[in-house]
Design a protein around this ligand. Structure first.
Ligand SMILES: Nc1ncnc2c1ncn2[C@@H]1O[C@H](COP(=O)(O)OP(=O)(O)O)[C@@H](O)[C@H]1O
Ligand SMILES: [Mg+2]
Length: 300
């Protein structure tokens, strides 16, 4: 007692600032040139592995319901980001809880509407994320596969873009096409590559070819994030609607996911406002308008 209302508000604002300053959020988008490369499996297993390391993880899922993570996990269909934007639900209410208490937010409808939000709507959405009681340490985005302009905003807003490929040539050429659009039309210069369903040696060879072509023809740098071996146990855990990290912790792919989670945590951490939830939402709104308008960064 003894505090004036102003003092309480001041105190809350200061508390919030401290909280935000202490808890930068990493936003990592997993993108791919096409379906079927293992991207959703990557998102789930990285999320679970990070959560097991004590991180608060949110998955932002851009995929339609039949291909989203909630559906994969057998969770009942639920509210989504659009309902937050329409002020019908809070972010807490639309968040579903997966294994290891990872938060899952379905954003299939919301992201498409972002570009047409008015000022009030934008401020509301930013506010919703700022007020969110479970500030995540890491947001993993399961982006829509492909390189169409209106689907790129979640990649453009992320600090890190991981492009997932498999050994299939089509997945590699489509990934290259995606990197081309993101670099030439939107000015992104760095991408990390995750090679799925192969051994370490094949992953290095696939990455080497991609990095060489990207450097030569697109003038962009690729970094190898790592690989996930082809693992029957991963397929089996998918059929059970579970992560392999939990269902078969001893298997090879589970070990790799644990290692990849460690790798992700060692990436440089954003220090400015890009490392805060509010900054991410603002970038996301901005990039969705850029993508909708097909704005170029001046390069061709
Ligand atoms: N490392 C792997 N080893 C074996 N099967 C895998 C592996 N990664 C993914 N899969 C299987 O490939 C299929 C597609 O995976 P999914 O994660 O849904 O890909 P995407 O999200 O890219 O469409 C699923 O049946 C999944 O179980
Ligand atoms: Mg998927």
């Amino acid at each position: 007692m003894g505090c004036t209302v102003d003092e309480v508000l001041d105190d809350q604002a200061a508390g919030l600032r401290r909280l935000l300053a202490r808890n930068p959020v990493r936003v990592v988008t997993l993108a791919s040139g096409r379906e079927g490369v293992g991207k959703t499996s990557d998102v789930l297993n990285l999320a679970v592995a990070l959560a097991k390391r004590g991180r608060n993880v949110m998955v932002l899922d851009e995929n339609p319901e039949e291909r989203n993570l909630s559906h994969f996990l057998g969770l009942p269909s639920h509210y989504d980001l659009l309902q937050v934007m329409r002020r019908e639900k809070t972010l807490e209410e639309v968040t579903q809880h997966g294994p290891e208490d990872i938060g899952i937010v379905s954003a299939a409808r919301g992201v498409r509407e972002l570009a047409s939000l008015d000022d009030d709507g934008r401020e509301w959405l930013v506010h919703s994320f700022t007020q969110f009681s479970r500030t995540p340490d890491v947001i993993l985005v399961d982006a829509l596969a492909g390189a169409e302009k209106n689907m790129l905003s979640l990649s453009l807003a992320a600090q890190e873009i991981v492009v997932a490929v498999s050994s299939q040539p089509a997945s590699i050429t489509d990934a290259y096409a995606l990197i081309k659009v993101l670099s030439q039309q939107y000015g992104r210069r760095r991408f990390r590559i995750l090679v799925n369903k192969v051994g370490a040696e094949d992953a290095r060879a696939i990455f080497g070819n991609m990095a060489h072509a990207a450097k030569r023809f697109l003038k962009v740098t690729l970094d190898l994030m790592g690989h996930v071996p082809l693992d029957e146990k991963l397929g089996q855990s998918s059929r059970l609607g579970r992560s392999v990290v939990e269902a078969f912790p001893e298997t090879a792919s589970a070990a790799n996911f644990r290692q990849l989670a460690e790798v992700l945590e060692q990436w440089p951490c954003p220090k400015d406002d890009t490392g805060q939830l509010r900054g991410f939402m603002q970038r996301l709104i901005h990039s969705s308008r850029m993508a909708a308008e097909g704005l170029s960064s001046g390069m061709s």
